[in-house]
Ligand binder design. Sequence first.
Ligand code: FMN
Length: 246
Amino acid sequence: MDLQSLQSVAPPGQFPEPERSGVYRAIRQRRDIREFRDDPIDETTLARLIQAAHHGPSVGFMQPWDFIVVRDMERRRQVKALFERERQAAACFYDEPRRSAYLALKLEGILESPVNLCVTCDPTRAEVVLGRNSMPETDVYSTCCAVQNLWLAARSEGIGVGWVSILKLPQLRQILGIPHHIVPVAYLCMGHPRDFPEEPLLQTAGWRQRLPLEQLVHFDDWDNTAGGDSWPELQDALYTCTIQRS
Ligand SMILES: Cc1cc2nc3c(=O)[nH]c(=O)nc-3n(C[C@H](O)[C@H](O)[C@H](O)COP(=O)(O)O)c2cc1C
């Protein structure tokens, strides 16, 4: 077999095109969505998205998550009021003109979206969890992995997801009747978006830009003392390859 044929043999397990591109497309085009149309999400689709979350990785296969599907408008109004209080309180962390810019941002779609979903973490789900003794917080990391699965699957379905974290946990627990030992990790607004913006809304608003990858990749140790020169192809590729928008 000549070199060219060898290179064209797909590694075992690699997805064929266009499935592979579809995965990258979902990653590239996933957005945090804050503006929704009011038509509901088909219930089978919603179930599929929750299934996608449930197939996330978890420390010791702990599966620490629960999912509260929130449709009730009264509870959502209470969550929105909680958000408003927290949003105002957080404004004091910024000086003008950043404070006004912060207050002008739309940072949730709690009432406009047809459904909200609270994803929680139960640190007591299993007595001893393989792999969690040294890093107890891996239960929350696992729950975040479940959320990301849902977020990417939702993008592939044309469903928008917006994560709202400007909420105080004790009050959120009270509104949703969540037991004290359970950690609400993600409060998500879900529905058909008005659109999927090309870039993060915070980037478009001039709030913060995507960081250059070359500042974030280290070779062999934090200070690159061993010299990154031993990875020239990786270095080149990191700076030149992109996740295409198609
Ligand atoms: C843990 C977490 C909490 C977030 N909380 C909020 C929030 O309270 N309000 C909001 O508008 N966006 C929130 N976001 C969304 C981020 O602002 C968004 O992911 C980021 O600006 C990048 O944009 P993109 O998701 O469209 O790529 C949150 C995202 C994460 C991962």
